[in-house]
Design a protein around this ligand. Structure first.
Ligand code: CO
Length: 213
């Protein structure tokens, strides 16, 4: 049997499992989605969002890219974010990085990989913002781990800088934004940062909204 056929067979078994638990599973889930969480994670195959959080279909709205970045000119992540915030009105946004992230590792090096240099450039910028702290860490592994963490924290801040997020905070008092990191060695998630609705790091990123009260 060709390798990829296994996935299609698995799918049939999965459908049967779901129907055994709940006979109307697909009719119910096809009607609408009302997820409370937006997950922004790394594309890495070892960090499956639903598995590590024990969530079911319908609970997580998911966006994944290399090194879990929120880039202000990336229409893909911005579209996911705006839909999640304005239409789905998610209660929580989780940015989840992971130790051992290849994107972060590459960004720390001088490797030239062509187009992806442009994407990873954003992580090099995070390094530069925190160069004093990072250059002060003697161990290469610890410096790498810390950059993974700082990258998550930076992306969480990027979300809080977005005008439609601030507007939603004013209207709805949510979402809360979380920064987590996943450890490939033990499977555990660690909380790094949490931003409550209305919190902001710097005035320069604040927008005015003139809604009728
Ligand atoms: Co990664």
């Amino acid at each position: 049997m060709e390798d990829y056929r296994r996935l299609l067979l698995n799918n049939k078994a999965w459908v049967q499992d779901r129907l055994n638990v709940r006979s109307d599973f697909f009719t119910a889930s096809a009607s609408a989605q009302t997820p409370d969480y937006l997950w922004i994670g790394c594309s890495d195959s070892r960090v499956p969002a639903e598995d590590i959080t024990g969530t079911q279909p319908g609970e997580l709205f998911v966006h994944r890219n290399v090194a879990n970045l929120v880039v202000h000119t990336d229409f893909n992540v911005l579209s996911v974010l705006q839909y999640a915030v304005d239409v789905l009105e998610v209660k929580h946004i989780i940015v989840c990085g992971h130790y051992g992230c290849g994107g972060v590792r590459t960004a720390m090096s001088r490797k030239n990989l062509g187009l992806i240099n442009k994407w990873l450039r954003h992580i090099k910028d995070v390094y530069r913002f925190h160069a004093t702290e990072l250059d002060g860490i003697a161990s290469d592994t610890e410096r790498y781990d810390r950059l993974v963490e700082l990258n998550v924290i930076e992306q969480v801040r990027h979300i809080s800088d977005i005008s439609f997020v601030q507007h939603a905070w004013k209207r709805n008092k949510h979402p809360m934004i979380h920064g987590w990191v996943y450890d490939l060695h033990n499977g555990l998630l660690k909380e790094l940062v949490k931003i409550d609705p209305g919190e902001h790091a710097h005035d320069i990123y604040q927008y005015d909204f003139n809604d009728p009260e």
